[in-house]
Design a protein around this ligand. Structure first.
Ligand code: CP3
Length: 365
């Protein structure tokens, strides 16, 4: 084991040279130079791929997340097709809360829908702590994937307490998060009890993935951008910190991501991230100024740009790589997930372009 200047324990010393810990992706997360800027895409495994649609044609979403052989196959599909620098586990943010006893489903075209939304202290009690046995299929899939992926790192993930709470309190996706915020502002004690419970479930779920061999984890707080910085700090930061700081000793990089979080980037970094995800609204050099020099950034191509003609895509990729040079480490990604209507060939071309442009820079430098 080695300890870097921020006190983060790295696994590099334990790993064989050329293994995932020495990959361009993990190097960038740790703010170390590498052969090229690594690239992967949020939602790279999913509806933009015909081979994914074929598998899912007969299997409901949650069931596909609970069958290790399907999780393994779907996770590998974008790695084979695009040559991305990292795989992300095929699952969903509601998988651990379903394992914790919440009755929910993922409805096509809508998203997670909860049968009986969580609104009272008794409802919170229905969310049980989870162990490895409750999510055995994730443990098994990660173990298979680590073997199949070889030197390519696997990213584990979970939803952060605020984003999970939003689905559970609203009962489904919401534009305003009105019921969630009503509970948060109206009953602070109940809010903290709910988020405390969700943080426990999330931490346990990420621990299962780390024990099974993932090389990094991403905490998705997709809807945190609905909050002011003051409210984020009061109602959310302590719980996201409980999750991320609970993983310090695990020795894998922690990525923290949200959408519309321009005002929250500093606070999200403070929660205990090694890498902060940035959406397309904030240029990466500006984001780095807000996050500070001791963290890498991930992002931030607008997923809608992928629907434009190639010269537009190319110009945007160049701009983002250039602005990313201001950061001490840059993982190229989208600012949010791949849209289902994206042409997968464009994703493949973006991967090749990021590699080409960033390796040329290394040759010159
Ligand atoms: O990134 C990856 O490729 C890994 C797989 C992944 C999925 N969901 C698969 C999925 C990941 C990382 C997630 C996380 C997730 N799920 C988040 C956080 C990231 C984000 O997008 O902000 C959120 C908010 C969810 C909740 C959720 N699940 C939504 C909003 C939806 C879309 C609903 C729809 O049909 O439009 C889902 C379903 C879902 N999760 C799909 C996939 C591939 C689509 C299911 C299908 O194929 O029908």
């Amino acid at each position: 084991m080695t300890t870097d200047t921020t006190g983060t324990v790295a696994r590099d010393g334990e790993s064989r040279p050329g293994g995932p810990a020495d990959s361009p992706f993990i190097r960038a997360c740790r703010r170390r130079p590498g052969p090229h800027t690594p690239v992967w895409f949020m939602r790279q495994a999913g509806r933009s791929l015909p081979e994914y649609r074929e598998i899912r044609a007969t299997v409901p979403m949650l069931e596909s997340c609970r069958r290790p052989e399907l999780v393994t196959e779907i996770t590998l599909q974008p790695v084979r097709r695009h040559g991305v620098d990292a795989a992300i586990l095929f699952s969903d943010i509601v998988v651990p809360v379903a394992a914790a006893g919440v009755d929910l489903d993922i409805v096509p075209g809508t998203g997670p829908v909860v049968a009986e939304p969580i609104r009272t202290a008794a409802d919170v009690e229905r969310i049980r702590p989870i162990t490895r046995d409750d999510v055995w299929y994730v443990d098994e899939a990660v173990r298979q994937l680590v073997v199949e992926l070889g030197d390519t790192p696997l990213i584990g993930f979970a939803g952060a307490p605020f984003t999970l709470a939003s689905y559970l309190v609203e009962g489904g996706p919401s534009r305003t998060h009105a019921k969630t915020k009503a509970l948060m502002f109206g009953d602070e004690e109940l809010w903290h009890a709910l988020c405390g419970r969700l943080a426990e479930v999330t931490l346990a779920f990420l621990r299962v993935q780390i024990d099974a061999g993932v090389s990094a984890v991403q905490l998705f707080d997709s809807w945190a951008g609905a909050l002011s910085e003051a409210d984020y700090r009061r109602f959310v930061l302590p719980h996201s910190t409980a999750v991320l700081s609970g993983l310090v000793d695990a020795g894998v990089p922690r990525i923290h991501f949200g959408v519309g979080t321009a005002e929250l980037l500093g606070a999200m970094g403070e929660a205990g991230a090694d890498v902060v995800g940035v959406d397309w609204r904030t240029p990466l050099d500006v984001a780095t100024g807000r996050i500070g020099p001791d963290k890498a950034v991930q992002g931030n191509l607008d997923p809608c740009v992928l629907l434009a003609p190639w010269p537009v895509v190319e110009a945007e990729v160049r701009r983002i790589l250039e602005q990313g040079r201001a950061a001490p480490g840059h993982v190229f990604n989208l600012g949010h997930g791949v849209l289902p209507e994206t042409d997968p060939d464009v994703l493949t071309r973006v991967v090749a372009l990021v590699h080409e442009l960033s390796s040329r820079r290394a040759d010159q430098g």
